[in-house]
Design a binder for this molecule. Structure first.
Ligand code: ATP
Ligand code: MG
Length: 321
């Protein structure tokens, strides 16, 4: 039996009543009827998964947890909402809904960065991983080593003004990266630039704008419902990056960041985004992030070769039936 299937077999019944001032309610024990209280911060790691068929109550479970977090902790919350179903709750708590769509005027810059973005001296290394995952999402056939080197070289160049003077004005745009790539002398650079055009001057130029929304709110929901199928995966990747930005900023402020990623199987389906998602998932604990993945597509989810890393880094698993 593999680790991922073993986890589904309930060999024992255990009472779960973690006494902590931030313990939240998770339901009743089906056998003993005792209340289930847990504080995810006290678990071996705080990561969680909510799995179940459509209509089984996954979103409801997330909404209940979010409500309890708002009422009994000071943690920040970010939701990636593919159905635009969280907005009544977010609005009720005075939170902010950010509409991500090609026609929206709420802008998120794919190039956003902050100095705490990475643990080592160079925040660019993690940003570079993210941008490579973005490029690989565009080039589904994969990038060759020459293309990767060109991208890496241009990323270092494009962030130079920000690295020497880290102000918001110095955060570049994707079109700055595009212009640099176009100037490189290798033939591959031209191919990269042409492919990138769609995202800088073409139909998908939405992410080529300075961020104009305030991300300071305690409760933020990214509504990605109106992104078409082609942009949805890129959109989810960009939301993951914004989440990382917030988690790293909050770490410095000693604030925990709880995140909810619905339809997480979409990010695990392809190798490129799967690697980024899993690395991101594993990093969260150290940075005070508390991520929760939700999916109704358990088949796709389990088919992902990297799935064991997700299960092994996950202490809260809720299977709705
Ligand atoms: N506002 C509401 N009023 C009444 N019933 C609701 C409401 N929201 C959800 N439900 C019902 O509660 C149950 C659980 O819904 P929920 O949205 O949590 O399911 P889900 O597991 O997230 O489904 P999906 O996979 O489609 O996202 C469903 O039967 C749904 O029809
Ligand atoms: Mg749902």
């Amino acid at each position: 039996m593999t680790t991922s299937t073993a986890i589904f077999v309930p060999f024992t019944t255990e009472e779960l009543l973690v006494e902590s001032k931030e313990s939240l309610y998770y339901g009743l024990n089906a056998l003993s009827n005792n209340i289930i209280l847990a504080d995810r911060k006290e678990l071996k790691n705080p990561n969680g998964l909510i799995l179940g068929t459509p209509g089984s109550g996954k979103s409801f479970m997330a909404k209940r947890e979010i409500t309890n977090i708002m009422l009994s902790t000071n943690d920040d919350i970010i939701i990636s909402d593919p159905e635009n179903e969280f907005f009544p709750l977010v609005k009720a708590f005075g939170g902010q809904v950010i509409n991500i769509s090609p026609t929206s005027k709420d802008y998120i810059n794919i190039m956003d960065i902050n100095l705490n973005y990475s643990d080592d001296d160079n925040p660019l290394s993690l940003k570079s991983d993210f941008l490579l995952a973005f490029f690989e999402q565009i080039f589904l056939t994969g990038l060759n080593p020459v293309e990767k080197s060109i991208i890496d070289r241009c990323i270092k160049l494009v962030y130079q003004p920000y690295m020497s003077n880290p102000t918001d004005e110095n955060i570049p745009l994707l079109s700055d990266l595009y212009n640099l790539i176009r100037k490189q002398r290798e033939d591959e650079a031209n191919n990269l630039a042409v492919a990138l055009e769609l995202y800088t001057t073409g139909n998908f130029d939405y992410f080529n704008n300075k961020t104009n929304v305030n991300l300071q709110n305690r409760l933020i929901s990214f509504n990605i419902k109106e992104l078409g199928t082609q942009l949805k995966k890129v959109g989810m990747l960009v939301v993951q990056d914004q989440i990382w930005n917030k988690v790293t900023r909050n770490r410095n402020l000693k604030v925990a960041t709880r995140t909810y990623m619905d339809e997480i199987h979409l990010q695990l389906k392809e190798k490129q985004t799967a690697n980024y998602t899993i690395e991101n998932w594993k990093r969260q604990r150290k940075y005070g992030g508390i991520p929760t993945g939700l999916t109704q597509n358990v088949k796709d989810f389990l088919a992902s070769p990297e799935i064991e890393s997700i299960f092994e880094n996950c202490s809260l698993l809720k299977i709705m039936s």
